[in-house]
Ligand binder design. Structure first.
Ligand code: NBP
Length: 480
């Protein structure tokens, strides 16, 4: 077989197929392969006129069809299938070739695979691709890890297929070595969970406290979408809320079972945050809220528990409340993003990735699910101060959140008083207030720990570690 293809794609389910089409539409000759050949044949039959595809029946044929250095993208299910494909391909590749994993791999797997392939001279780039099947076809947000050399070989292709931000920039970048790209993609998904949770809490409050119907809430969201909350997620939420179920004539949202699914990247974000010791309470609340929604037995048991009588506001109060909910949603959203960016910063420092947070914000402005106007602001904040400790310290956000907090507090208080669950908004507020607090009760926790476990504590007025003899005469000893 002649090596004519510029790039190869193996794994032709929705993502791989659309990515291959995107590459072909951009003028690349694309070698295509799938474990089950039917998918390869279907792609060529249905979309063969969109560009030049070179179908391959086997891994050997796929590799033989690629120009050198070879660029080969794996788009199969994350986990064992990805390892199986790498094990099959690696012996067929030569030093200097680039193998890309475009799936949703766990970043620790990517680190392991990158190290193993580097030892054989093969570049392995873990690349997060966001935007679902539509993004893969029309322009995703692309978060690349792997070596700089690998990225140099990939960037012409990735630039061509990525989405375009409002300022004309392509949403693709090299974020750091080994697992940096997949880590950032994972946090993107975690933030997506938090964003969706907060939007649905806003809906729930507008429905049950303000008394609006789904179609009215759709209109409110459409109005919000013209302001600082402008985002893809607000836009699609309005679409879903405005939809009527054709078979019953009821609002669509009322006929959907209220059990939220999840594929796992949100959970990974929280698990990783726990390991890194970085607080992502917004994402955690979103993951737990989805889990609890699916706990039928627990929810059934809890339904009759005593709580306040629900009240519904009059129309003027409802309109005022809707304005407060907009502010609460915005403030809580900023906190959730700040937590996600802090998690990326912590991982970047831990693994020496040197991820530029301004670039991350810029990449998320188009092509991905969390694309939103305010990411321009986040990019500006990190451009002005690359080591900014918290977005809440940026003058623009400090001013906005400082003003929004009164409405945010009113909404959280109303939710608590009326018994409407708003875990995301409330947790974000608690995070904000924790940051603001001069002296935390953590001091008392240290006292408790020293009392029952001799875990020692530090003093505010002296260096070193100390233990108090709680069981004896309560004298204090310096332990270090
Ligand atoms: P899936 O995640 O559903 O995986 C299906 C593909 O994996 C098929 O091509 C299948 O081949 C192949 N595969 C499996 Br399963 N086991 C294999 C094995 N042992 N050896 C070789 N191939 C194997 O596909 P997808 O939804 O297109 O997603 C692809 C990747 O992109 C995943 O990692 C996913 O997490 C990620 N991603 C998906 C989305 C999305 O919206 N779907 C968005 C962003 C990222 P077969 O046809 O022979 O069974």
């Amino acid at each position: 077989m002649t090596a004519t293809a510029h790039v190869g794609v193996t794994g032709l389910a929705v993502m791989g197929r659309n990515l291959a089409r995107n590459l072909a539409r951009n003028g690349y000759t694309v070698a295509v392969h799938n474990r089950t050949p039917a998918r390869t044949n279907a792609l060529v039959e249905q979309f063969g006129d969109e560009g030049t595809f070179v179908p391959a029946d086997s891994a050997k044929e796929l590799v033989a069809s690629l120009q050198r250095p070879r660029r080969l993208i794996i788009m199969v299910q994350a986990g064992d299938p990805t390892d199986a494909v790498i094990d099959e391909l690696a012996p067929l590749l030569d030093p200097g070739d680039v193998l890309v994993d475009g799936g949703n791999a766990h970043f620790t797997d990517t680190r392991r695979r990158e190290a193993a392939l580097r030892a054989r001279g093969i570049h392995f780039a873990g690349v997060g691709i966001s935007g679902g099947e539509e993004g893969a076809l029309h322009g995703p947000s692309i978060m690349s890890g792997g070596s700089k050399e690998a990225y140099q070989l990939l960037s012409p292709l990735l630039d061509d297929i990525a989405a375009t931000a409002p300022d004309g920039a392509r949403t693709v970048a090299h974020l750091g070595p080994d697992g940096a790209g997949h880590f950032v993609k994972m946090v993107h998904n975690g933030i997506e969970y938090a964003d969706m949770q907060l939007i649905t809490e806003a809906y729930h409050l507008l429905r049950h406290t303000a008394g609006y119907e789904p179609s009215q809430i759709a209109e409110i969201f459409r109005t919000w979408n013209t302001g600082r909350l402008n985002s893809y997620l607000i836009e699609v939420t309005a679409e879903v809320l405005a939809h009527t179920d054709p078979s019953t004539g009821l609002p669509f949202v009322d006929i959907v079972a209220d059990r939220a699914g999840q594929k796992g990247t949100g959970r990974w974000t929280v698990q990783t945050a726990l390991d890194l010791g970085t607080p992502v309470s917004g994402i955690a609340q979103a993951v737990f809220a989805r889990s609890l929604s699916s706990q039928d037995t627990l929810r059934e048991a809890g339904r009759t528990l005593l709580g306040p009588t629900r009240r519904v506001l009059g129309s003027q109060d409802a309109a005022r409340f809707a304005d407060q909910v907009e502010q609460a949603l915005y403030a809580a959203k900023v906190v959730s993003y700040d937590q996600g960016f802090h998690q990326i910063r912590t991982a970047s420092d831990t693994y020496q990735w040197d991820v530029d947070l301004a670039t991350v914000a810029a990449l998320w402005r188009a092509g991905c699910i969390i694309r939103a106007d305010f990411l321009d602001r986040i990019r500006d904040a990190y451009t002005a101060e690359p080591r900014l400790t918290s977005l809440l310290r940026d003058p623009h956000f400090a001013e906005e959140i400082g003003q929004a907090q009164w409405a945010w507090r009113a909404v959280a208080a109303t939710a608590a008083r009326d018994g409407v669950p708003a875990p995301g908004m409330s947790a974000a507020l608690a995070h904000f207030d924790t940051l603001r607090t001069e002296r935390l009760p953590a001091a008392l926790i240290q006292g408790q720990r020293d009392y029952f476990g001799a875990h020692t504590y530090q003093r505010t007025d002296q260096d070193g570690s100390f233990h108090t003899d709680w069981a004896g005469d309560r004298t204090e000893h310096r332990t270090r």
